[in-house]
Design a protein around this ligand. Structure first.
Ligand SMILES: C[S@@+](CC[C@H](N)C(=O)[O-])C[C@H]1O[C@@H](n2cnc3c(N)ncnc32)[C@H](O)[C@@H]1O
Length: 383
């Protein structure tokens, strides 16, 4: 990634880095398995505040085109015929024209991707987007400029079938507009999360984290995703949480791919921030040059809490055994840890005789479980 495109926009770089890493792993996983064809839908494409005016490499659509074309080309070289379609939607007519001109100009450079551009509001174009997206798997990106433009009904229209969603939840806008009860807030909340989830929230003050939790709940209750996660991205200048990249998936693998992409992208972002502080460019923070950002802080806390958390969840498998894959995804939905770190904890509990080492029947020497191995709590039988 060219750093110069992101001068003073580290949070955008982190968002794009996360998107690129996620898209690459996701596309290999989906296209490399049985699906063979996918639609990437960018509902709020831009271009928006980009510096690269020729190749648009610092935009979500530029990143998607490059990444998906590269994955499809590699897979077709290996003899796997895959189909990828990108649907880019933008409301602002001038930006939409830049987008359409760019696509017309570079189409021959991305021969493995079919591209469509649409002009108009995401909610007004939701049905048209849905009709264009005929492949069996969808990834939908919703990256608005504020908190409006993606009402729940539009999300329901677009997030259909096998689908994953990445939604940029913008902290400062939400904090500002959703804190206090008002008639407007009632309308916005209902539009954002649906009447049922919104109703109990109308009469009280809300923190931005509570609104985010409500959006995560909406992804599961209304859009039908099995897992709803988020990744925190800090705004460097103000040293506060700026974006939560909210993510919905129905596959345990989706959670693993997200956490893997995040583990590469976010510490890098937070260390770069420290570098800037160390060079004295942010003199306000000079004394804090080694303090981690929100991701690093939470990851340390989650690692500390992991033994207790794994024990607590493992106890629940006494009467309802779970595959390691589902067990790990449940832990990782809310915690910034990896399957390997969870495996180690499960292995330790098995050594203590608290979890049945079911993986030994697969391979006697296996120390820790694999995806399909069952997690079964047996602690109470021996105490
Ligand atoms: C934050 S920018 C998107 C940036 C882009 N996803 C990226 O990462 O490079 C949001 C874009 O959405 C557009 N927009 C605003 N409201 C919209 C709506 N209701 N429907 C579709 N696009 C909208 C804005 O004009 C702007 O270009």
């Amino acid at each position: 990634m060219d750093e110069s495109f992101y001068n003073e926009r580290e949070q955008t770089k982190a968002k794009h880095d996360l998107l690129r890493r996620y898209l690459e792993r996701f596309a290999y996983k989906i296209l490399g398995s049985g699906w063979q064809a996918l639609d990437f839908i960018d509902g709020f494409s831009g271009p928006w505040e980009n510096k690269d005016q020729t190749r648009f490499r610092d935009t979500s659509f530029g990143i998607a085109l490059e990444t998906l074309n590269m994955v499809a080309a590699n897979l077709s070289e290996r003899g796997k015929a895959v189909q990828v379609r990108c649907i880019f939607n933008e409301k602002d007519p001038a930006a939409a024209k830049d987008l359409a001109d760019f696509v017309a100009r570079v189409r021959p450079d991305f021969p493995h991707v079919e591209v469509h551009t649409l002009t108009g509001a995401f909610d007004e174009n939701a049905s048209a987007i849905d009709s264009l997206a005929t492949h069996p798997f969808r990834l939908v990106l919703v990256d608005p400029t504020g908190w409006t433009g993606f009402p729940i009904e539009a999300l329901k229209t677009v997030c259909k079938g096998r689908c994953e969603l990445i939604l940029n939840f913008m902290h400062n806008y939400i904090a500002w507009h959703f804190a206090n009860p008002s008639l407007n807030r009632e309308r916005w909340l209902t539009e954002l999360i649906g009447a049922e989830l919104a109703a109990p929230l109308h009469s009280r003050e809300l923190s931005v984290e509570e609104v985010r939790d409500a959006v995560l709940a909406m992804l599961k209750a209304e859009l039908g995703f099995a897992y709803a996660c988020h990744s925190p991205i800090e705004m460097v200048k103000k040293r506060r949480l700026h974006f939560s990249m909210i993510y919905g998936t129905s596959a345990a693998d989706g959670v693993f791919v997200l956490r893997e992409a995040e583990k590469k992208a976010l510490p890098d972002h937070e260390w770069k921030v420290n570098d800037r502080r160390a060079r004295g460019q942010l003199s306000m923070f000079e004394d804090e040059e080694h303090s981690p950002g929100p991701y690093g802080t939470l990851r340390s806390r989650h690692l500390e809490d992991l033994p207790a958390l794994v024990t607590k969840l493992a106890r629940q498998t006494k009467d309802a055994p779970l595959s390691f894959k589902r067990f790990a995804a449940t832990v990782m939905e809310k915690h910034y840890v990896s399957p390997t770190e969870i495996k180690e904890k499960v292995g330790e509990l098995a050594k203590q005789g608290l979890i049945k080492p079911t993986w030994k029947t697969r391979k006697e020497k296996a120390r820790v479980p694999d995806g399909g191995d069952l997690i079964v709590w047996i602690g109470d039988e021996i105490t």
